[in-house]
Design a protein around this ligand. Sequence first.
Ligand SMILES: [Zn+2]
Length: 134
Amino acid sequence: MQSTTPSTGDRIEARCTKCRKNTDHTIVTMAEEVPAEVQCSACNRQHKYRPPTVAKPPGLRQSLLHKDNERKEWELLRPNMNTAKATEYSMHDAYKAKALIKHPVFGIGLVQRVIGSQKVEVLFEDGKKTMRCK
Ligand SMILES: [Zn+2]
């Protein structure tokens, strides 16, 4: 892996604390096989080498959190659901908020709100889903 070993003067991507992002840097000094001091090509600041930060996929944590909240909501509401009253879901029926439905795939669901025309938001054990309705 000799060809991938960086050396003084090489361009390298590094984290710049002044730019607050990953920028192109020129290696100023090396320590063993890793850069020690680098110079940022964007702000020309010379600083200790920091590996570039790996961008986290945006929205992933957010959506996990979202899922978690929906799960909590489900667990909170579940004891009050009278499943005997749940009606078989059909996209040809009209639903109101707080109606209980039974879906062949998602199971018991609680209609949370009517979204515009012909759509309802339903909370299932699996999370919220938008369902078609009359
Ligand atoms: Zn910089």
